[in-house]
Write a protein that binds this ligand. Structure first.
Ligand code: T5A
Ligand code: NA
Length: 207
């Protein structure tokens, strides 16, 4: 059996990650691919509930280090589930992951390597699709400004931190400026197909 594909969709706030991860899941289902969607932060777990309060209640105070470690711990809450799904041949779609964890916290001034270290050992995505505005802005998207980090100047710093990952071998930028939801969905599907084909071919070589 082939190991499932682990695909993460990343990006700044309101770039369309949740819209696209749910569309991707529907399309995988229709194509007969057994897939699971996991969104980070996963706000319903014990740690996720604290994170949700932190994000939605500006009066709830946490040190930057504590907040960072909670986001990481939230991924570790789900790590075994992700690994088991992949080993069972299931595809897993992640709505944000380690990269968001590092980018948001290092944008606050915490050292990049310190931010990465608690996530070391988590399953590594086969592909990370980074949803990016080249010219336009995510701050004009509906709903922007509701949560703690949705401040334009901070978003710019987060973008700079995200881009430190751009030379990683699993990183792929998807430009979303002026593209409809359907058009972005097609670009994501094309990338998924490349990775899925590569996994199948890798299997053929060794069996
Ligand atoms: N965070 C997260 C950390 O600091 N550390 C971590 O480790 C993690 C995992 C919450 C915050 O937590 C931080 C980052 C965040 O600040 P979240 O729960 O993912 O993270 O945030 P949400 O508020 O759920 O999601 P986002 O704000 O990131 O939005 P999305 O999912 O990128 O965007 P989406 O799909 O909801 O779309 C936004 C709007 O745009 C429209 C949609 O219809 C929607 O109205 N839209 C489009 N409009 C035009 N054209 C298109 N192509 C469009 N695509 C979507
Ligand atoms: Na989202």
């Amino acid at each position: 059996m082939t190991r499932g594909v682990l695909i993460a969709i990343e990006g700044l706030d309101r770039t369309g990650k949740t819209t696209q991860t749910s569309r991707l899941l529907e399309r995988l289902d229709k194509s007969g691919v057994d897939a699971t969607l996991i969104k980070f932060p996963e706000r319903t777990t014990p740690i996720g509930r604290i994170i949700n309060t932190y994000l939605t209640d500006k009066a709830f105070e946490l040190s930057d280090q504590s907040a960072h470690l909670l986001f990481s711990a939230n991924r570790w809450e789900l790590a075994e589930k992700i690994r088991n799904l992949l080993e069972d041949g299931k595809t897993v779609v992640l709505d944000r992951y380690v990269y968001s964890g590092v980018a948001y916290s290092s944008a606050k001034g915490l050292p990049f390597d310190w931010c990465l270290s608690p996530d070391l050992g988590l399953p590594k995505p086969d592909i990370v699709l980074f949803m990016k505005f080249k010219h336009e802005d995510n701050v004009t998207r509906e709903g922007f400004g509701e949560e703690r980090y949705e401040v334009a100047e901070f978003q710019q710093r987060v973008k700079t931190q995200f881009e430190k990952f751009q030379n990683e071998d699993n990183w792929k930028t998807i430009y979303v400026d002026n593209k409809s939801i359907e058009e972005v969905g097609e670009l994501i599907w094309a990338e998924y197909e490349v990775v899925a084909r590569r996994e199948r071919e890798a299997l053929q070589k060794f069996t």
